[in-house]
Design a protein. Structure first.
Lengths: 170, 206
């Protein structure tokens, strides 16, 4: 076979392309092929242990606080993240829910947070980082009433977001 | 059987110069070895490791053989094609396609297309995984390859694929493929298709 595009045409396209991921393939096949850990809901057998519920509580708390900080209601966040409103509701309110990896990726984009870090926090991927887990538990404990963002919550949120950003390469 | 297709160019982000790369149809042992000895360690280094017990439960320990099995299943099959992109003596990109599938877009209903099964670029080329990602262009070259194969098979450039979440923007906004939405039968990954017209635009740089 031959390519139906010139070498010059390809170079021009490559030079102009933005820096975006291009990977294609099922989550299972890519994960299995790479020997990566597979999100719990995609494993045939249910795991005999699970990530602490506290991590997922922290994730739901974080999503709610960041949403309120951006001045968005659930419908507006769902629209920006291109996910269903019900999913946002479940993340914020349903203790122990493991969010879908795609949803976490899109929320990371909306909030400007590293996707890999958020995947760990959401329980979609597994982490053995004890410091990470402890920070999540401390953050969740500091965040109280969700009805209004207090000065204390703002400070806690600010500090935790800084921490999550610092975890981007881990 | 692995055969050279054409010489192409990858952009070295560090030098900002294009470097010659060889596109191959088919894979061989070198590509499998590069994946296992260069790609996988680089991925693992970036990810939190599971404990040995967790790895056993999640079947990570024999992932090596699973990947070789997948290649073995596809190798020699009429419906399957594999492509490799090599530069600097290493495999920089891999792609498996399936030529037996049909389009889902209403306007293209039941017409044949080239379905991209798997497309991946080496970890050292990826932002977010490498501190100074090396080569840019694997994705565009591989999609141009899929489109070209589609033309040569008589499918007029039609291509279909399920994008991983982080890649949706590339296929929707840069390749300008049609997003048919989340596919509940495929892990809710978004399914994209490229029509003949979109394929012509892609190849012509529009």
């Amino acid at each position: 076979m031959r390519l139906h595009i010139s070498r010059e045409g390809l170079r021009a396209g490559i030079a102009a392309d933005p820096e975006l991921p291009v990977e294609v393939g099922s989550l299972n096949s890519l994960s299995e092929s790479l020997g990566m850990f597979v999100p719990h809901e995609l494993v045939d057998e249910p795991p005999t242990h699970s990530e602490p519920v506290e991590l997922r509580i922290a994730f739901g708390t974080l999503v709610g606080l960041l949403r309120r900080r951006m001045g968005l209601d659930i419908a507006e966040l769902a629209a920006r993240a291109r996910v269903a409103e019900e999913e946002i509701l479940e993340i914020e309110n349903r203790v122990g829910l493991v969010a879908k990896p795609r949803t976490v990726h899109h929320l990371a984009g909306v909030f400007g947070l590293p996707a890999q870090t958020l995947l760990k926090l959401s329980g979609a991927t597994i982490t053995n980082d004890e410091k990470f887990k402890e920070a999540a538990v401390r953050f969740a404990a500091k965040s109280g009433d969700m009805s209004k963002l207090t000065k204390h919550e703002k400070e806690a949120l600010h500090e935790y977001v800084k921490f999550l950003d610092s975890q981007a390469d881990g | 059987m692995k055969e050279p297709v054409e010489l192409v160019d990858l952009l070295n982000r560090n030098t900002q110069f294009f470097e010659e790369a060889q596109l191959y149809s088919g894979l061989d042992e070198k590509n499998l070895i590069d994946f296992e000895t260069a790609w996988k360690p680089a991925f693992r280094e970036k990810l939190d490791g599971a404990t040995p017990e967790e790895a056993g439960r999640m079947n990570l320990q024999d992932a090596h053989w699973q990947w070789r099995d997948k290649f073995a299943v596809r190798d020699g099959q009429l419906w399957s094609r594999a492509f490799a992109l090599e530069a600097d003596e290493l495999t920089q990109g891999l792609m498996f396609v399936d030529v037996s599938k049909f389009a889902r877009l209403e306007t293209q209903d039941r017409l044949h297309l080239v379905y991209v099964d798997f497309l991946s670029t080496a970890p050292w080329n990826r932002r977010g995984l490498a501190e100074n990602p090396k080569y840019k262009g694997v994705g565009r070259i591989m999609i141009a390859t899929a489109v070209s194969l589609s033309i040569e098979e008589g499918f007029r450039g039609r291509v279909g694929l399920h994008a991983l979440p982080q890649s949706e923007s590339w296929y929707r906004d840069i390749c300008r493929m049609t997003d048919l939405g989340a596919d509940a039968s495929y892990q809710n990954l978004h399914y994209f298709e490229m029509t003949e017209e979109q394929a012509n635009e892609f190849l012509n740089g529009n």
